[in-house]
Design a protein around this ligand. Structure first.
Ligand SMILES: [Zn+2]
Length: 469
């Protein structure tokens, strides 16, 4: 049987969080009642003229710089003509052959090394209104009516198109998560999947492994979950392989993947560019981003998530590094390690005990956390956990917790340990018979008996000695 390679490209839409919409001064954002954030421009009244939002253009350039794109010296807005109820002008102002950002890449760190995913372009356009399908599922299939909320109509949207450089569902998911974190950190979008401020289309084809051909692709449209995207890709890859292996041909079409339904029913066949009859928007002049603005924007970009994963993976494992960066914990990790705590131990504390407290890492002083991590073995487990839970409090100080030393006194611990050993003869015999994993059971019993105040290192040591006899 032939081996097949998936070929995946992504088109991601990210809604910018500017104060106002793309071509009018209506408020951009959630909160207003349906159809309250509208005006003659975004409702397409005759004679209303668009004025571009400078901030949205700058934010798109900033994203382009972060992706290593070339920033166009001249960019043009085009009309993309199509009729749809959520689009009152019957065209969308978008960009066509002269977008703001061209080329670039996003490097995706993986356990097997970095994978470069090429960027074709990133362009700026306006969003359509929101169709609200009246159905139990909220989906168009099975809806009895559709309502239109024009609050979203005309809000700024960036579309990012990748090269078909992605060859697994897992890498697609990693790429999307990394891009999401990148735009959030750039401060240009909330990129919330649940709110639809980030959504994406996935183009999927397959080819014989080792070949470089590009076969007919299908499109999974308007996905808003990383897991569903991965599931949809895997299902579509399997479907296409099945078609080729039985001598069939894949047809170009747009599929709607619904994870609650095993089928991906076709929505419509894919439009070609000529169907949209693009032409330059006559009401807008070309954009010429000034060099000093581009220069200023480039200085506003900090160290991006992919770079931080890379850097921290030189000290810790890739896995630890990824957990820290994607969990928004790496800055606190760096501050804590800089204050003298062990890198690996700090990572463990942050990724496990700290995360479960729900404390906002940006509220934590790494200097105080470092004191706790350094003293972790000497203080009572209970005190340690309580300290973590209060790390975000104003003026938190580690000292009172550091004073609660764990009981390491053998003369205090021995009677408790003896009692537990005597009370569990079955486990003692099993341990001595080779089930050494039972040591944890005994340690747990002693910790419970002492209310978490015992020093686990001493308990371990004493138990090994007594059980080994
Ligand atoms: Zn408006």
């Amino acid at each position: 049987m032939a081996e097949w390679e998936p070929v995946i490209g992504l088109e991601i839409h990210v809604q910018l969080k500017t104060e106002t919409k793309m071509f009018c001064r209506c408020r951009n954002g959630f909160g207003g009642g349906p159809n309250t954030q509208t005006c003659p421009v975004c409702l397409a009244f005759p004679g209303a003229l668009p004025v571009p939002n400078r901030r949205a253009i700058e934010e798109t350039i900033k994203l382009g710089l972060a992706l290593g794109s070339d920033i166009a010296e001249r960019a043009v807005f085009h009309r993309k003509n199509y009729f749809y109820p959520d689009n009152p002008k019957a065209y969308q102002i978008s960009q066509y052959d002269e977008p703001l950002c061209v080329g670039g890449r996003l490097t995706v760190p993986t356990a097997e090394g970095n994978v470069d995913v090429g960027i074709v372009r990133a362009h700026l356009e306006e969003d359509a209104a929101k169709n609200v399908h009246v159905a139990a599922s909220g989906r168009i299939h099975g809806a009895t009516a559709t309502l239109v909320d024009f609050n979203r109509c005309g809000t700024p949207l960036v579309e990012i198109v990748t090269q078909p450089d992605i060859h697994s569902a897992d890498l697609a998911k990693r790429f999307l998560k990394l891009l999401q974190q990148t735009v959030v950190e750039l401060g240009i979008s909330d990129a919330e999947l649940e709110k639809g401020t980030m959504r994406f289309d996935v183009n999927v084809s397959v080819r014989p492994a080792g070949s470089s051909e590009l076969r007919t692709r299908t499109e999974l449209k308007n996905m808003n979950s990383f897991n569903f995207a991965a599931q949809g890709i895997e299902k579509e890859v399997a479907r296409q392989i099945g078609i080729y292996e039985t001598g069939g041909a894949v047809e170009q079409e747009t599929l709607h993947f619904d994870p609650t339904n095993e089928d991906s029913p076709p929505l419509r066949s894919k439009e070609e560019a000529q169907d949209y009859r693009y032409f330059p928007e006559p009401d807008l002049v070309p954009v010429h981003p000034p060099a000093d603005v581009v220069e200023r924007l480039s200085t506003e970009i900090g160290e991006l998530p992919a770079e931080r994963i890379d850097r921290i993976a030189r000290t810790l494992s890739f896995y630890d590094s990824e957990v820290l960066v994607t969990g928004g914990l790496d800055r606190l990790w760096s501050a804590t390690v800089d204050a003298g705590a062990d890198p690996k131990e700090t990572a463990n504390v942050l990724a496990n005990a700290f995360v479960s407290t729900g404390v906002d890492p940006t509220r934590v002083d790494g200097f105080e956390l470092a004191k706790l991590v350094r003293a972790r073995a000497e203080i009572q487990r209970e005190a340690f956990d309580e300290a973590l839970a209060h790390l975000g409090d104003d003026g938190f100080a580690a000292e009172p917790y550091l004073a609660q030393k764990a009981v390491a006194d053998v003369s205090a611990l021995d009677p408790i340990i003896d009692e537990i050993v005597a009370a569990n003869p079955g486990e003692v015999a099993a341990y001595r018979g080779g089930k050494e994993g039972l040591l944890g059971f005994f340690v747990g019993q002693v910790m419970r008996q002492t209310g978490g105040k015992a020093d686990p290192r001493v308990v371990n040591e004493r138990l090994r000695e007594k059980l080994g006899a």
